[in-house]
Design a protein around this ligand. Structure first.
Ligand code: AMP
Length: 502
């Protein structure tokens, strides 16, 4: 028996004496050195009693050592459970209580706050600091730098990734070797990654985008990564000349565009820019092309499914769309139990080897979101246009139902975004005494612009049916976003919840 992920992604590093990770602060690390690190950590974790099927919860800064823990967990047949570094001890307590990992790995600075969490749920606490030191590295020192991976099947779990849980508690998405590997293989092929590629990696690795889309794809293709602890526009601009590809969230692109050093010359040699995790405004797509000559390739995925759709590599990359279903992935758009016609909005459902196995210890939640025929109900509303491109209209839970009518926030946002002085907008539903919910707009002002909420609403009045028109609006400097660049609509709904009822 084999270990599918380890064999495909980590084992081939044994023949790579060349650089794998380019680390601006620390030089470079060869594939062989990285694999040896994986092996030493795996031996240390085995000694700490991490076995096949056990979970290891990891809340640490991004570093080569942190990425190696993923490899070590895979080698041991364990289940890797990365956690957002922003989570507080109380939040971590929930995840550890739910997943009951054998090991909780955290930054040394958080050890005293998390010791109680580990004790309460029977986990062993180990540390790993941003500079690669800590009790895990101490235990790994002197361990053998080779490891025979634990045999695993394609259906065995490799990772448990918690959803961001903006409504209700986060749920642990169970991802198998097949889920992760099949998706990485498809993306390497579709996006033409080869060993000649140097991926600029500035995404966090506690999320599916940076961990699986970026890291797995690069590792599988035999390429290199410029592995940065986070995104800093100035640093990225300095390093782009060494890269061939970059993956980012939309905010990476808007921040790069804010910097006049982003020019056609700077990125003329680049092969590919990918965006995902949140909608890329068509305007950003167009401005990026005008400035650099590159059309950003937008794709769509989620924690539970890895990637589902992508704009084409060769064909037209259509702004404001997420392209076509990936090979092997089926996408259908459903309303009232039937697939909708072209151009109509419905719930996006997906089926394929990428789709997770269900939510950890929440069979009833899994049953609510998984159809009997294997399609997963994504919670995203979408539409397929006449050319087959899929458009994401928004999360179903963000749909506004006002006086019995459905309003898709995206439709209103697209119009508001065109108004002079509006940088971007978020449309939400707020409790309203007459309509149940009323449409409300939060407008982010363009830098230096004078913007009046009422004037902005007046500007779109003729272009929208009355029930879709926002009944109130505020102007803010920036929309609140999480680390993955998603606008936090739940937070906005909470902030303005009394607007129409006070
Ligand atoms: P997460 O599980 O944190 O990766 O979030 C997944 C959600 O992000 C999806 O269900 C979508 O709502 C959203 N998302 C991801 N990619 C895109 C995209 N390209 N355009 C619009 N929304 C996206």
């Amino acid at each position: 028996m084999t270990n599918p992920l380890f064999d495909a992604i980590f084992a081939p590093l044994a023949s790579r004496a060349d650089d794998l990770l380019i680390l601006p602060e620390r030089g470079a690390m060869s594939g062989q050195a990285f694999l040896a690190l994986v092996a030493r950590q795996a031996h240390a974790l085995r000694q700490a009693e991490l076995g096949a099927g056990d979970r290891i919860a990891v809340q640490v800064a991004k570093s080569p050592e942190a990425l190696a823990v993923y490899g070590a967990a895979v080698a041991l047949g364990a289940v890797f459970l990365p956690l957002n570094t922003a989570y507080t001890a109380d939040e971590v307590d929930y995840f550890v209580g739910n997943a009951t990992p054998r090991i909780l790995l955290c930054d040394g600075a958080k050890a005293s706050a998390l010791q109680g969490v580990a004790d309460r749920h029977g986990a062993r606490l180990l540390t790993l600091d941003a500079d690669g030191t800590g009790s895990l590295s101490d235990a790994a020192r002197g361990m053998p730098d080779r490891i025979d991976p634990e045999p695993r099947g394609a259906e065995d779990l490799a990772a448990l990734l918690y959803t961001s849980g903006t409504t209700g508690r986060s749920k642990g998405a169970m991802l198998t070797h097949r889920n992760l590997l099949s998706n990485a293989q498809v993306l390497v092929d579709l996006w033409r990654f080869t060993k000649a590629d140097v991926l600029l990696h500035a995404l966090p690795i506690f999320h599916t985008h940076g961990l699986f889309v970026a890291s797995n794809v690069s590792l599988l293709s035999g390429g290199r990564m410029i592995f940065l602890p986070g995104f800093d526009a100035g640093q990225v601009i300095g390093l782009l000349p060494q890269a061939t590809a970059m993956m980012g969230v939309p905010t990476f692109y808007t921040r790069l565009l804010d910097d006049p050093r982003l020019t056609r010359d700077l990125v003329g040699h680049m092969r590919l820019f990918v965006s995902g995790s949140a909608p890329l405004l068509a305007e950003t797509h167009e401005r990026f092309e005008a400035r650099t000559g590159h059309r950003i390739l937008e794709r769509y995925g989620m924690t539970e499914t890895n990637m589902n759709t992508s704009n084409p590599y060769d064909g037209e990359r259509r702004a404001g769309t997420v392209g076509f279903p990936l090979p092997g992935v089926e996408v259908r758009i459903v309303a009232e139990g039937h697939e909708v016609a072209t151009g109509e909005v419905g719930m996006i459902e997906v089926r394929g080897p990428n789709v997770f196995q269900g939510y950890w210890q929440m069979p009833e939640k899994t049953a609510e979101e998984m159809r009997a025929d294997g399609f997963f109900i994504t919670g995203d509303l979408g539409m397929r246009d006449a050319d087959g491109y899929i458009h994401i209209v928004g999360r179903a839970k963000d749909l506004v139902i006002t006086g019995g009518y459905n309003v898709y926030p995206k439709e209103v946002e697209l119009l508001l975004d065109e108004v002079e002085g509006v940088a971007e907008s978020a449309v939400i539903g707020l409790p309203h005494p007459d309509f149940g919910e009323a449409v409300f707009a939060v407008l982010a002002r363009a830098k230096g612009a004078a913007l009046e909420a009422d004037a902005a609403l007046a500007a779109i009045r003729d272009r929208l049916a009355r029930f879709k028109q926002p009944k109130g609006a505020v102007v803010v400097d920036d929309l609140p976003r999480n680390t993955m660049g998603k606008v936090q609509k739940a937070l906005l709904r909470d902030t303005y919840k009394d607007w129409f009822t006070r």
